[in-house]
Design a protein. Structure first.
Length: 138
């Protein structure tokens, strides 16, 4: 009987020791990862880009400190020749609010996560026109 109590105490001790270690590990921010573009929203209309030459290859890659947006688009309408532009910025999450960091300045980011952090909306300006890029996490 004493052996059963001893084994039960060991199991409880190991269980608590493991859970304490897990609590001390930092959580990974849901923004970190590779995101693939699904659509572009402009003036309330969503344009599906799956299957669109070049555009479907656009990705957002986010690591612990840098986000890199690789935007690909046809050189001209109907062309299969692509041009790619890469934009990168530092970023941080402060209490659930995202910021981009450029030239030692910090600006609130126009990011919005949804669907259990598997979808991401980023609003940018193309010239004076606001566009929302819609991504899904890979």
């Amino acid at each position: 009987m004493k052996n059963q109590h001893f084994f039960l105490l060991i199991i409880l001790f190991v269980g608590f020791a493991c859970s304490d270690n897990e609590d001390n590990e930092p959580a990974i921010d849901p923004l970190i990862g590779t995101w693939s573009i699904e659509g572009i929203e402009q003036d309330g209309q969503i344009f599906d880009v799956n299957g669109e030459p070049c555009i479907q290859d656009s990705k957002l890659i986010v690591d612990e400190k840098i986000l890199s947006l690789n935007i690909s688009a046809p050189v001209e309408s109907g062309s299969a020749t692509c041009q790619t532009e890469m934009l990168s910025s530092g970023w941080e999450n402060e209490n659930g609010t995202y910021y981009t960091i450029e030239n030692n300045g910090r600006q609130p980011a126009n990011f919005s996560l949804s669907e259990n952090n598997t979808r991401l909306r980023i609003t940018i300006k193309a010239g004076d026109v606001p566009l929302t890029l819609l991504f899904r996490k890979l």
